[in-house]
Write a protein that binds this ligand. Structure first.
Ligand code: HSE
Length: 385
């Protein structure tokens, strides 16, 4: 019998990317899909290519009894939904697979952060122990590990430091619109001067800066009053009041959890790997980039490291460390909308032969959000081993 799968939050940005990927990969062929909505139950289910919806109508995403009929539920509905429905659903005796894009359950002992090209052994062990909570990781962490997970798998990382360059999409769809609107407003401010080749660049710059600092609260509402167009913001997510942001904390906590390090449920007692981050929002659309510094446990030849990265998984692409390849292959604009995770700028650093630098880019809506969820469904069905 086909797996009965409930989809919640399929309309939003991550949900829409998930639907596209599920269509492309023909995930709908072997499941009975029920679409849920928290706002438009009773309306016709969406027409999604390749999906013959089992239930012609949208079901109520807050109806525990209806949700209980599912073998698996995938939610991209967001953290508030998880907070409100997960506990009552489990309390009602539901034993199905909960596959969730939000962070709410991520660090629970009984939840696994899913990134199967990197942590399939962890997922398999968890499946054999009857775990049923599968949570997508923080986008920055997932994209980083898809690129350089090989070094973690090989046990080579003594510590890692990353500076991130995170796209507007990480904040949500309105943040992307806000960024573009700001770019447009900045352009409009200096359009006449740009059209005049004799105009003074310092006057153009002065006007742009003045405009950035004069944006109204409405024009900057999604980034807490700070302009992102032509700017950057070196803080992402809540202030932990210890000098770090929540986004920075996730880097260490989630990387270790994904790799199955110091995991009570899996019975692993290894010491966590120190990982620290400075997380920065930049004016890119949907690709997160990161500059990585590693201290390796030993001096491994650069050619071996390059091979490890290139051969780790079908999506990690090693980019030779030269100007032309870097410019062509290692930018958000070229990676956006693709499954590729290029890793370049790989080199030994001046601090010594165990110190390694790298730079990686990934689409935060694909590997950073939607892709691990749909793959988990396939793992449950036995299609990805
Ligand atoms: N927290 C991420 C960001 C997105 O703000 O870029 C969600 O993983």
């Amino acid at each position: 019998m086909a797996l009965r799968v409930g989809l919640v939050g399929w309309r939003g940005m991550v949900g829409s990317v998930l639907m596209q990927r599920m269509s492309t990969e023909r995930d709908f062929d072997n499941i009975d899909t029920t679409f849920f909505s928290t706002s438009t139950a009773g309306k016709p289910a969406p027409m999604i290519q390749g999906c013959k919806s089992f239930d012609p109508l949208l079901q109520d995403g807050n109806d525990v009894n209806k949700l209980k009929g599912m073998d698996a539920i995938i939610t991209c509905q967001g953290g508030d939904y998880t907070k409100s429905i997960y506990a009552p659903l489990r309390a009602a005796g539901w034993k199905g697979h909960w596959i969730d894009a939000s962070k709410i359950l991520r660090m629970n002992d009984n939840a696994i952060i899913i990134l199967d090209p990197i942590n399939m052994p962890v997922i398999k062990t968890a499946l054999s122990k009857g775990i049923t909570d599968w949570i997508g990781g923080n986008c920055t962490v997932s994209c980083m590990l898809m690129g350089v997970g090989a070094l973690y798998k090989a046990g080579l990382v003594e510590w890692m430091q990353t500076s991130t360059y995170q796209a507007a999409s990480g904040g949500g769809a309105p943040n992307m619109r806000e960024l573009l609107t700001q770019y447009g407003a900045l352009y409009a401010e200096v359009k006449d001067l740009l059209n005049d080749p004799a105009s003074a660049i310092l006057e153009i710059d002065r006007r742009v800066t003045a405009k950035q600092n004069a944006f109204t609260p409405e024009e900057t509402a999604n980034f807490r009053g700070i302009p992102l167009g032509g700017n950057l913001i070196p803080w992402i997510d809540a202030d932990r009041e210890d000098g770090t942001s929540l986004e920075e904390w996730k880097g260490g906590a989630e990387t270790n959890k994904i790799m199955g390090i110091a995991n009570k449920v899996l019975g692993s007692s290894d010491a966590p790997i120190p990982i620290d981050s400075t997380c920065i929002r930049v004016g890119a659309m949907r690709c997160h980039s990161q500059s990585l510094t590693f201290k390796l446990k030993k001096n491994v030849p650069l050619a071996d490291i390059e091979q490890m990265i290139a051969n780790d998984n079908p999506w990690a692409k090693f980019v030779p460390n030269n100007r032309v390849d870097t410019e062509k292959q290692l930018t958000p604009a070229v990676v956006s909308g693709t499954m590729n995770i290029p890793v370049g700028r790989v080199r030994k650093l001046a601090m010594g032969p165990e110190y390694l630098g790298a730079f990686t880019v990934g689409d935060q809506l694909l590997w950073g959000a939607a892709e691990p969820l749909r793959r988990m469904l396939r793992i449950i069905q036995g299609d990805i081993a």
